[in-house]
Unconditional design. Structure first.
Length: 135
Protein backbone atom coordinates (compact mmCIF):
# COMPACT_ATOMS: atom_id res chain seq x y z
CA UNK A 1 0.00 0.00 0.00
CA UNK A 2 1.23 3.48 -0.89
CA UNK A 3 1.75 5.76 2.15
CA UNK A 4 0.61 8.73 0.02
CA UNK A 5 -2.91 7.35 -0.34
CA UNK A 6 -5.99 7.82 1.76
CA UNK A 7 -7.84 4.57 2.23
CA UNK A 8 -11.26 3.64 3.54
CA UNK A 9 -13.06 0.34 3.98
CA UNK A 10 -16.83 0.04 4.01
CA UNK A 11 -18.61 -3.08 5.16
CA UNK A 12 -22.26 -4.03 4.85
CA UNK A 13 -23.59 -7.32 6.19
CA UNK A 14 -27.14 -8.33 7.18
CA UNK A 15 -28.04 -4.99 8.80
CA UNK A 16 -30.32 -3.70 6.01
CA UNK A 17 -28.31 -0.68 4.78
CA UNK A 18 -26.34 0.17 7.93
CA UNK A 19 -22.77 0.38 6.63
CA UNK A 20 -19.61 0.47 8.73
CA UNK A 21 -16.94 2.84 7.46
CA UNK A 22 -13.32 2.54 8.62
CA UNK A 23 -10.59 5.03 7.71
CA UNK A 24 -7.36 6.05 9.38
CA UNK A 25 -8.19 4.23 12.59
CA UNK A 26 -11.61 5.90 12.83
CA UNK A 27 -15.08 4.44 12.53
CA UNK A 28 -18.48 5.86 11.51
CA UNK A 29 -21.79 4.56 10.19
CA UNK A 30 -23.56 5.33 6.94
CA UNK A 31 -27.21 4.39 6.49
CA UNK A 32 -30.46 5.25 4.77
CA UNK A 33 -33.56 6.73 6.38
CA UNK A 34 -36.32 4.38 7.53
CA UNK A 35 -38.60 5.38 4.63
CA UNK A 36 -35.98 3.95 2.25
CA UNK A 37 -35.59 0.74 4.23
CA UNK A 38 -32.67 1.77 6.41
CA UNK A 39 -32.40 2.15 10.16
CA UNK A 40 -31.40 5.86 10.08
CA UNK A 41 -28.43 5.16 12.37
CA UNK A 42 -25.91 7.05 10.26
CA UNK A 43 -25.59 9.75 7.66
CA UNK A 44 -26.67 9.01 4.12
CA UNK A 45 -23.92 8.74 1.50
CA UNK A 46 -25.00 12.15 0.13
CA UNK A 47 -24.69 13.70 3.59
CA UNK A 48 -21.24 12.15 3.96
CA UNK A 49 -20.25 13.77 0.67
CA UNK A 50 -21.40 17.15 1.97
CA UNK A 51 -19.63 16.49 5.29
CA UNK A 52 -16.40 15.84 3.40
CA UNK A 53 -16.67 19.09 1.47
CA UNK A 54 -17.75 21.11 4.51
CA UNK A 55 -15.07 19.81 6.85
CA UNK A 56 -12.37 20.19 4.20
CA UNK A 57 -13.50 23.77 3.52
CA UNK A 58 -13.54 24.66 7.23
CA UNK A 59 -10.11 23.12 7.86
CA UNK A 60 -8.62 24.84 4.80
CA UNK A 61 -9.97 28.20 5.95
CA UNK A 62 -8.70 27.71 9.51
CA UNK A 63 -5.24 26.69 8.27
CA UNK A 64 -5.10 29.76 6.02
CA UNK A 65 -6.28 32.06 8.82
CA UNK A 66 -3.68 30.62 11.21
CA UNK A 67 -0.89 30.99 8.64
CA UNK A 68 -1.87 34.59 7.76
CA UNK A 69 -2.73 35.50 11.37
CA UNK A 70 -6.30 36.38 10.42
CA UNK A 71 -8.54 36.64 13.53
CA UNK A 72 -10.98 33.90 12.51
CA UNK A 73 -12.89 32.81 15.62
CA UNK A 74 -15.05 30.19 13.93
CA UNK A 75 -16.38 29.08 10.59
CA UNK A 76 -19.69 27.39 9.78
CA UNK A 77 -20.42 25.84 6.41
CA UNK A 78 -24.02 25.23 5.28
CA UNK A 79 -24.29 22.76 2.39
CA UNK A 80 -27.20 21.57 0.28
CA UNK A 81 -27.49 19.00 -2.50
CA UNK A 82 -30.43 17.33 -4.22
CA UNK A 83 -31.70 13.92 -3.13
CA UNK A 84 -29.39 11.08 -4.10
CA UNK A 85 -31.84 9.60 -6.60
CA UNK A 86 -31.83 12.95 -8.46
CA UNK A 87 -28.03 13.29 -8.66
CA UNK A 88 -26.47 13.45 -12.11
CA UNK A 89 -23.48 14.94 -13.91
CA UNK A 90 -25.14 18.36 -13.52
CA UNK A 91 -25.76 18.10 -9.77
CA UNK A 92 -25.19 21.37 -7.94
CA UNK A 93 -23.95 21.75 -4.36
CA UNK A 94 -24.83 25.03 -2.63
CA UNK A 95 -22.33 26.20 -0.02
CA UNK A 96 -22.83 29.13 2.36
CA UNK A 97 -19.84 30.13 4.50
CA UNK A 98 -20.23 32.02 7.78
CA UNK A 99 -17.01 33.57 9.09
CA UNK A 100 -16.93 34.79 12.70
CA UNK A 101 -14.25 37.15 13.92
CA UNK A 102 -12.93 40.67 13.47
CA UNK A 103 -12.07 40.24 9.79
CA UNK A 104 -11.75 43.09 7.32
CA UNK A 105 -13.80 43.08 4.12
CA UNK A 106 -10.62 42.22 2.21
CA UNK A 107 -9.87 39.27 4.53
CA UNK A 108 -13.43 38.00 4.18
CA UNK A 109 -13.25 38.19 0.41
CA UNK A 110 -9.93 36.37 0.35
CA UNK A 111 -11.25 33.65 2.68
CA UNK A 112 -14.12 32.97 0.25
CA UNK A 113 -11.55 32.59 -2.56
CA UNK A 114 -9.47 30.23 -0.40
CA UNK A 115 -12.53 28.03 0.24
CA UNK A 116 -12.33 26.82 -3.37
CA UNK A 117 -8.76 25.64 -2.78
CA UNK A 118 -9.70 22.84 -0.39
CA UNK A 119 -8.70 19.44 -1.83
CA UNK A 120 -12.23 17.99 -1.76
CA UNK A 121 -13.60 21.01 -3.64
CA UNK A 122 -10.89 20.53 -6.27
CA UNK A 123 -11.76 16.83 -6.61
CA UNK A 124 -15.49 17.48 -6.91
CA UNK A 125 -14.98 20.30 -9.39
CA UNK A 126 -13.08 18.10 -11.86
CA UNK A 127 -13.82 14.84 -13.62
CA UNK A 128 -13.23 11.80 -11.42
CA UNK A 129 -12.21 8.35 -12.58
CA UNK A 130 -13.23 5.35 -10.48
CA UNK A 131 -11.53 2.04 -11.25
CA UNK A 132 -13.55 -0.90 -9.94
CA UNK A 133 -12.30 -4.49 -9.60
CA UNK A 134 -13.70 -7.50 -7.82
CA UNK A 135 -11.58 -8.56 -4.90
Amino acid sequence: MNDNQITAVTELDQEKYLTKVYAGGHFIYADEPEELGGTDEGMTPGALLLASLGSCTAITLKMYANRKKIPLDSVRIHLTICKEEEMSASTKISRKIELKGELTAEQRSRMIEIADKCPIHKILHNPITIDTVEG
